[in-house]
Ligand binder design. Structure first.
Ligand code: SR1
Length: 356
């Protein structure tokens, strides 16, 4: 057992070294550390390095988030070093340590387990490195917290579920504890059930095992067989909803079940618009905009400016009806109907070129 642990530790060290090397090499190849005319120091000189440390990288949300962060970094002349997330708390800690060694000016922590991050984040702060957090509560007054207003997001969905189904129905709930946004959405679900005693949660399931949608679909198939009376599924993460939807489709339940989710991507829009889709609504931000806001927040801190402690990107409710009626097929087309999908005014300053 001990030798297995030693082997794992040395594999981690090698992977760690390779990650620094690849971040350095990639950074070298794609260096965007250009100077920005009229910007405060150090952006006026260029050469600013920021690290984006991801706990999760797979799936549409996180890919679009990363793309938005890259685009904003490029507009700011920032050399953005991205560390891929593998849902591994120990690796995320090591990546933060690597970013500190690399001499970055700021670190963006995207998701993660707070208890395994707090001390290493404090180490970065002690070295004068700025830190911002998206969807992980680091409970540190020096670390601005970015979120999508998960309370509003869940409330928008559950209001819509009552509009569509009344306030007496059997529900299925897809949830995994320990992720800040899911926990915040869960708090709203619990309040909702207390306020609506005729809503009965018949089954709860969920997993973040990759591929998440397929793993959730496998669980959902068993749940639908055991609880044929489920009419509403609250699945507030698009990978969960995609799984719940796949299983409903396979079990030919699409006309009986209605699924309410969070997040949106072009692939999600296609699934929601499909004829007789059970997936009827989602509450979402544009993840690329959230990625851009994360980079701007870090940039403000590096420039010695105050982005505030709590940075919120507000979600919008999107129903199947909205998509079909307006012939919306992509996230880009969504921006024409809902301006919040085009951009956010969070964490802006006159010297920051907004790129979303
Ligand atoms: C496992 S946590 C998944 C959520 O993180 C982001 O906040 C997205 O909205 C997604 O729903």
């Amino acid at each position: 057992m001990k030798s297995l642990l030693r082997q794992r530790a040395s594999v981690r060290r090698v992977v760690g070294a390779l990650t620094v090397l690849s971040a350095t090499v990639l950074g070298g190849l794609h260096a965007h550390a250009d100077s920005l005319k009229g910007a405060p120091a150090p952006f006026d000189k260029g050469g600013v390095k920021i690290a984006l440390i991801n706990y999760l990288s797979e799936g549409d949300f996180f890919q679009a988030y990363e793309a938005g962060a890259q685009k904003q970094a490029k507009a700011l002349g920032v050399d953005l070093r991205i560390y891929e997330g593998r849902q591994d708390a120990a690796e995320e800690r090591e990546q933060i340590q690597q970013a500190i060694s690399l001499g970055v000016s700021a670190i963006i922590v995207n998701h993660g387990l707070p208890e395994s991050l707090k001390d290493v984040v404090q180490r970065a702060l002690d070295k004068g490195i700025k830190v911002v957090a998206f969807d992980v509560d680091l409970a540190n007054p020096k670390v601005p917290q970015i979120e999508q207003s998960d309370h509003d997001l869940a409330a928008l969905l559950l209001d819509q579920a009552v509009k569509d189904n009344g306030d007496a129905f059997s529900a299925g709930y897809v949830y995994v504890a320990g992720f800040a946004p899911l926990d915040r959405r869960d708090a709203v679900w619990r309040e909702f059930k207390s306020a609506h005693p005729k809503v009965e949660e018949k089954a709860r399931w969920g997993t973040v095992d990759n591929p998440i949608a397929q793993s959730v679909a496998n669980q959902a198939a068993a749940v639908y067989r055991a609880h044929p009376d489920i009419r509403v599924v609250f699945a507030p993460y698009d990978e969960f909803a995609r799984g719940a939807n796949l299983a409903a489709d396979e079990a030919k339940l699409s006309s009986k079940v209605r699924i309410y989710s969070a997040d949106i991507s072009t692939a999600d829009i296609e699934a929601i618009r499909a004829p007789n889709s059970a997936w009827v609504a989602t509450a979402a931000t544009n993840p690329a905009v959230v990625g851009a806001v994360s980079v701007r927040t870090a940039a403000l801190l590096v420039a010695g400016q105050d982005p505030g402690h709590s940075i919120i990107v507000k979600p919008t409710l999107i129903t199947r009806n909205d998509l079909v009626k307006n012939n919306i097929k992509t996230v880009a087309e969504l921006g024409a109907k809902f301006p919040a999908f085009r951009s956010s005014d969070a964490a802006t300053a006159p010297w920051i070129p907004v790129a979303e």
